[in-house]
Design a protein around this ligand. Structure first.
Ligand code: FES
Length: 358
């Protein structure tokens, strides 16, 4: 039972389960009654290896807009899925071998079902198209997680949620959570048109007085940072999720005069900064890939083999980690890279050629 409880707790970005006073009390009671063997199995100060690959069933498939599909996932046996927190995501393992992250956008904490929503991107890496086409109601879907790298802060008095299109998916549960906690929140939701904004009705349903909707087709232009950050004082925590240009504009503007934190989540890889071209040799196949200055090694590897392991594409999940056989690495990951390792989604060669065990 303790093992089930432990597994069901929300995991952070690295899959670690946190423990609180209630859990510690329960754990202590169980170790007293369970003996020494139980202590060694369930010691909560350790990072517990958790079998986190989960098979769910698609209970519902619905089109939220012309190009956004929502999938509702349930346990095949009618049980509870692992607990999660607003801002959390799952890593879906697609039938092709691709892995993609999708934020949970259902009712916060609900464990009888998860809901994810996916915008179809015709010129993307193919993952969103597969998500749209591979799953019908009744199909199984395999995922890992949930994990969370985009928490709603605990000390927020005021919060502004800046939403761009499909960036609504982590934000909707955060807004619901903010409302439940009594945070003085507001949201700005921007998109091409109201009919293109997924989950708009559910955002408005939380409190329409607190939501500003910006539809580009009504104004004849994109929202600027003045509109996106309207009313955000120096003590307003800002959360933003949307396309990279919006995110960068908010980030740059906000950084100039704020004391409260800015939290953001990208749906696409960050642009390559100060990149130099290099060669990547795949030792097993002896293929040599030319990596241009403005693309990541992973992007080029995916062109060559769409099943190349990857997930966040931002240097924090570790999925794309490879072993380096020779060559210097400019390590840019947000998670540790060993001396002979490289996260190919962000890290680059210091020059010339890198040979990897792939
Ligand atoms: S894909 Fe996540 S660290 Fe590279």
């Amino acid at each position: 039972m303790a093992d089930q409880l432990w597994r069901s707790r929300p995991a952070d970005l690295y899959g670690r389960r946190r423990h609180d006073r209630l859990f510690n009390t329960l754990w202590a009671a169980m170790t007293v009654f369970g003996g020494i063997a139980a202590i060694s199995r369930w010691r909560p100060s350790q990072v517990v290896p958790v079998p986190r690959t989960i098979t769910a069933v698609v209970a519902k498939r619905e089109m939220l807009t012309g190009d956004v599909v929502a999938l509702t996932l349930v346990d095949p046996d009618g049980g509870l899925l692992p607990s999660w927190t607003p801002g959390g995501h799952i890593d879906v393992q697609l039938p092709s071998g691709r892995r993609r992250q999708y934020s949970l956008c259902g009712v916060p904490g609900r464990r009888t079902e998860y809901r994810i929503a996916v915008r179809r991107i015709e010129d993307g890496g193919g993952g969103s198209i597969e998500m749209h086409e591979a799953y019908a109601e009744g199909d199984t879907l395999v995922f890992e997680g949930p994990r969370n790298a985009f928490y709603l802060g605990t000390g927020e008095g005021e919060a502004l949620f800046v939403i761009g299109g499909i960036g609504v998916t982590p934000m909707l549960p955060m807004i619901r959570e903010a409302a439940a906690r009594g945070i003085d929140w507001r949201a700005v939701y921007a998109g091409r048109s109201r009919t293109d904004m997924p989950l708009l009705d559910e955002v408005l349903a939380v409190d329409p007085e607190r939501v500003t909707v910006w539809a580009d087709d009504e104004h004849g232009r994109f929202a600027g940072t003045d509109e996106l950050l309207a009313g955000a004082g120096p003590h307003t925590a800002v959360y933003v999720c949307g396309p990279s240009p919006m995110l960068e504009a908010v980030r740059v503007t906000r950084d100039q005069h704020a004391e409260a934190p800015l939290h953001y989540e990208r749906f696409s890889p960050p642009p390559v900064i100060d990149g130099e071209p290099f060669e990547l040799e795949l030792a097993r196949s002896r293929r040599v890939l030319a990596i241009p200055a403005d693309r990541s090694a992973l992007d080029v590897m995916l062109d060559a083999d769409p099943t190349t392991p990857s997930s966040c594409r931002q240097g924090f999940c570790g999925t794309c980690r490879v072993t380096v056989i020779s060559g210097g690495v400019d390590r840019r990951g947000r998670t540790a890279e060993g001396d002979d390792e490289m996260l190919v989604c962000v890290s680059r060669a210091t020059g010339g050629r890198i040979v990897i065990d792939a």
